[in-house]
Write a protein that binds this ligand. Structure first.
Ligand code: N01
Length: 582
């Protein structure tokens, strides 16, 4: 694998320091957590494996990387000044601009001095006597903190399938999620891309512009909707900024945590002509909101079949060679795997130097010195790009040894699938918080909104503990069990639970098949979190000198206490209503 060249400046290890909180990761989650902790006077240390802030946007520098939630919403909402002063240049900002935004936030809120970069946390151990966490890093740091906060990201641990013969290949092998910082010039090279998920779909059209030959190895065909990305005009930005708080509030009431027009009508109640017009209009608007064309698309297979067929027809129109077009047509549920958003992806296959190789029935046999072998045929290559995704949701946790009470490890507890109450904390691991953890909306909501809501809730909890002299907070086993069961039950209402995606861990052999994120809808989830807090951290044991299970003085979560208007939100929320929220 081509290494990421990264200087690791020398620094002495930090030994014996004591903090209120240690935060693992300085992506958007770690940065916002640090900002809030400092704002309430908590001492905090953040450890970050990368050489800078930004998390996902620090590592994923592959060509074409950009967000697929509109930038005016894919950004922090906690600071009206920040919202007003930052200008996004495009509808979907490219990775360098998002990283520049992350750096701006770090500078603006003076975060860097609390972050130790180029430092990977290797172990976190709960000391039941001291009621604190001991944290160790790969730089020799040994520190303690009352709270240990995981801000490790949902899609951060690269999946590198163990292809036979990898060491034999003479050229460089890249992974989209760990892209060299100096960039890669593919000019004149024969390039192979493995995978056709979001990362591949964004990078393939750009790599094709440089490469002399591009071979894409596809195991599962992917639905993708055009982004219709464009420059944002000053007038557009001005219109949004004139009432930014209102847009943010509307976003919070949406199951996805971002706002777009949504048609609640069921597809099956429309005539074929109406459906065609509706899909065509939604296609012309593009992006993830395409799935909002009708209200039943992710719940009724017959409804889904209509949008799937529309999308396949688009592929057949866009791709000239009928054999290639058929190979590119997915046959699974539309939107079951995470929907992709592209710029010129399908059209790329019309270029004479771009070839699609189907590896669905005959998998990649091995890498050879000269290329990749499939079904006895060797495809000669100078460079290979693995766009093979991530050990999603829990992969980053697996990289550390996390030990709770009585020596139990998180890896052992989560062996058959992750278990956490509300996705924020796990029984047996007091004072350990998991931002966008398993069992919370996380990847099914706009990530930055999901992060902000979690951080605000956690920091209000920590401040309450300080107010009341509580030493520990920990979920009660049966509340956790009920929540995990509820997350599982709700997922069954959605067609999304039916295919082998990374949502269920099925992209990696051997992982337990569990629908990990909470699909009931962001506002439904937020309301549950608010209720738990208002009821004095119901479902948690709060222990310590004067510790009390009582409603806290709300500091940060106030802005999430918006009335739940269930009728205008989403089919996901409706699904949650079919299965009562516990
Ligand atoms: O990863 P993926 P990704 N042999 O897991 C294939 C977010 N994201 O990095 O489908 C051959 O989706 C695998 O095949 P299959 C977004 O949430 C967002 O692209 O498992 N092929 C699949 O085609 C996204 O969903 C953006 O059969 C193998 C591909 O590799 C998530 O990150 C941009 C294989 C992996 O696709 C992950 O996206 C990028 C093997 N052994 C990412 N192993 C935005 O637009 C795997 N594959 C914001």
């Amino acid at each position: 694998m081509a290494p990421i060249t990264q200087d690791r400046p020398e620094r002495p290890p930090e030994v014996g320091a004591v903090f209120d909180a240690v935060v693992v990761g300085a992506g958007f989650a770690g940065m916002y957590m640090l900002h809030r902790l400092r704002g309430l006077g908590f001492s905090a240390r953040v450890y970050e494996a990368g050489g800078g802030v930004g998390g996902t946007w620090y590592w994923n520098r592959y060509p074409g990387a950009r967000c697929d939630v509109e930038s005016m919403q894919y950004s922090f909402s906690f600071s009206e000044e920040l919202d007003q002063q930052w200008d996004w240049s495009e509808k979907y900002a490219p990775q360098p601009e998002i990283l520049a935004y992350a750096n701006h936030v770090a500078d603006r809120f003076d975060l860097r001095r609390h972050i130790r970069f180029d430092t990977r946390v290797t172990a976190a151990t709960f000391d039941d006597t001291a009621k604190s966490w001991r944290i160790e890093t790969d730089r020799g740091d040994h520190v303690t903190a009352k709270f240990c906060i995981m801000a490790v990201g949902c899609l951060s641990a690269a999946n590198r399938p163990p292809f036979r013969g990898r060491e034999e290949f003479r050229g460089p092998i890249y992974h989209t999620g760990e892209w060299p910082h100096e960039g890669v010039d593919f000019t004149g090279l024969r390039v192979g891309v493995i995978g056709t998920g979001s990362s591949a779909i964004q990078s393939i059209p750009i790599i094709a512009q440089q490469a002399s030959a591009l071979t894409v190895f596809q195991r599962t065909a992917t639905y993708s909707v055009p982004a219709w990305n464009e420059k944002l005009t000053p007038e557009y930005r001005k219109t949004i900024k004139a009432d930014y708080p209102a847009l943010r509030a509307k976003a919070r009431a949406r199951p996805t945590g971002f706002y777009f027009p949504f048609n609640m009508k069921p597809a099956l109640e429309a005539t074929p002509t109406e459906r065609e017009r509706q899909y065509q209009e939604a296609w012309e608007r593009g992006g993830l909101p395409f799935l909002g064309a009708y209200g039943d698309l992710l719940f009724e297979k017959a409804a889904n079949d209509t949008i799937a067929e529309f999308a396949r027809r688009k592929i057949r129109e866009l791709v000239k060679d009928p054999t290639t077009a058929e190979l590119l047509c997915p046959d699974n549920v539309f939107g079951c795997k995470r929907l992709c958003v592209d710029t010129g992806y399908f059209e790329t296959y019309n270029l004479p130097h771009v070839k699609l190789v189907d590896v669905s029935k005959t998998p990649i046999e091995r890498f050879t010195a000269q290329g990749i072998e499939v079904d006895g045929v060797e495809y000669p290559l100078d460079a290979i790009v693995c766009a093979t995704g991530f050990a999603a949701m829990t992969g980053s946790y697996d990289r550390m040894r996390i030990t709770g009470r009585d020596g139990a490890t998180l890896a052992e507890k989560w062996r058959a699938g992750p278990r956490a109450y509300l996705g924020v904390a796990s029984t047996g691991f007091p004072n350990l918080f998991t931002i966008t953890g398993p069992g919370s909306p996380s990847v099914l909501a706009s990530m930055i909104q999901a992060i902000e809501q979690h951080v605000d809730w956690m920091v209000d909890c920590m401040a309450h503990m300080r107010d009341t002299g509580a030493a520990t907070v920990e979920p009660i086993q049966h509340y956790e069990d009920e929540w995990v069961e509820h997350v599982n039950e709700v997922s069954k209402v959605s067609l999304r639970s039916t295919c082998s995606s990374w949502y269920v861990g099925a992209n990696i052999p051997g992982r337990p098949r569990v629908f990990v994120p909470y699909i009931g809808g962001f506002p439904v989830y937020v309301q549950k979190c608010n209720e738990v807090m208002t009821n004095g951290f119901e479902g948690f044991i709060v222990e310590g000198a004067d510790a009390r299970n009582e409603a806290p003085r709300v500091r940060l979560t106030e802005r999430w206490r918006v009335p739940l208007d269930i009728d205008v939100i989403s089919p996901a929320a409706i699904a949650a209503r079919r299965v009562p929220v516990v």
